[in-house]
Design a protein around this ligand. Structure first.
Ligand SMILES: [Mg+2]
Length: 365
């Protein structure tokens, strides 16, 4: 298909309440939406590295500039017939995975719409519903955390993820495990620690967690390998896995027992499938993570999560959890306590509400 035009929108989506993780508090989520047109058909993508370069080296303003100034002029009027070809074309730019993902996702939506097929079917998904988990950030007190976990457990969530950071660590997890002896928990450290914290991590083995997500630096594999050899609890890599090559090296180094896949972090759906397949062939289970996208970005995560080697509930949230009004439609809703139904319709099945896009856009071209 010939790429006739590419539109890019940088948006700020107000959150219901600040989201606190190891690297700061957020009151809005900055996201970048991309519309790719070919003839009279179009596809939408969304990519969300947050508003400043703290999750990784990218940020929404930079992603917007990379797409506008480099990827768009390079791709316009080219005929792109596969995700692989698209990735090869975008390979002229080093790194910048979130920027490439914006184009890649829009291309997949357009590709599927042109074939009158839903994305999840084209990807080879085998589920009509995907399982999702509950996720809790750092709170004022441990009692407050225990109350919200109790609600999530009673609602039927099958796993709970807890943010873990200096000052909110062993005492917290000890109290939570005592209160909920049989619940599946894991912790997400967002790269807040180093090997100097080895003793602390060894103590975590006693709490029978499903995994420890990204304990060490965002760009490290070697120290994770050393840490993994010292622990019973499997490590899950998130920030460190930016490409199929990093996934291969992580598995070769025995640096993890799980891999979290976010299409934005790895350059799009094309690379997500490659990583999924490589992990499947090497018996490393995966699960799908999120960056608090609108329902457009989340719908790509849902389609991806239908693939068979995603073996742990995804971080995909109903729109109402974080947003008074979702930028995109239809909203994400739970169809069961811990399940989300795959959006119907061809392509990804979701697109921005143009009235809300007008209100939330802060930069566009
Ligand atoms: Mg994470």
């Amino acid at each position: 298909m010939i790429i006739d035009s590419i539109e890019v929108y940088r948006v700020a989506m107000p959150l219901k309440y600040p989201f606190r993780v190891a690297f700061g508090d957020f009151s809005v989520i900055e996201s970048v939406l991309v519309k790719v047109t070919s003839g009279d058909q179009y596809g939408w993508g969304e990519t969300t590295p947050f508003g400043h370069p703290s999750y990784c080296g990218e940020w929404a303003g930079g992603v917007f500039a990379i797409i506008k100034d480099f990827l768009t002029p390079h791709l316009l009027e080219k005929s792109i017939d596969s995700g692989e070809q698209l990735q090869n074309e975008m390979g002229i730019i080093k790194d910048n995975y979130f920027a490439k993902a914006g184009i890649d996702l829009a291309w997949w939506d357009l590709y599927c719409k042109m074939r009158n097929k839903p994305l999840w079917q084209v990807l080879g998904g085998d589920k009509e519903y995907v399982e999702v988990g509950a996720d809790f950030g750092v709170m004022k007190t441990i009692d407050e955390l225990i109350k919200v976990i109790d609600i999530a457990v009673k609602e039927g969530y099958k796993r709970i993820k807890l943010k873990y950071r200096p000052g909110w660590e062993l005492e917290m997890i000890q109290a939570v495990r005592k209160e909920f002896p049989d619940t599946v928990f894991h912790i997400d450290c967002n790269a807040a620690y180093t090997l100097d914290d080895l003793k602390m991590f060894k103590k975590i083995d006693a709490f029978d967690l499903a995994m420890i997500e990204q304990p060490l630096a965002h760009n490290d594999l070697v120290d994770h390998s050393i840490l993994q050899q010292s622990l019973k609890t499997p490590i899950c890599l998130d920030e460190s896995i930016t490409s199929i090559d990093m996934a291969r090296k992580a598995i070769d180094l025995k640096a993890c027992g799980w891999i979290n896949i976010k299409p934005g972090r790895v350059g799009g759906i094309t690379n997500s499938i490659k990583i999924h397949n490589y992990c499947r062939d090497h018996e490393i289970p995966c699960w799908v993570g999120s960056m608090l996208e609108s329902s457009l970005g989340a719908s790509f995560l849902i389609a991806l999560a239908t693939l068979p080697n995603f073996k742990y509930p995804s971080d995909i949230f109903p729109s109402k959890r974080f947003y008074h009004e979702d930028l995109s439609q239809p909203e994400i809703v739970l169809s069961d306590p811990s399940q989300i139904k795959i959006p119907s319709g061809n392509g990804v099945g979701t697109e921005p509400n143009l009235y809300r896009l007008e209100k939330m856009k802060i930069d566009w071209c």
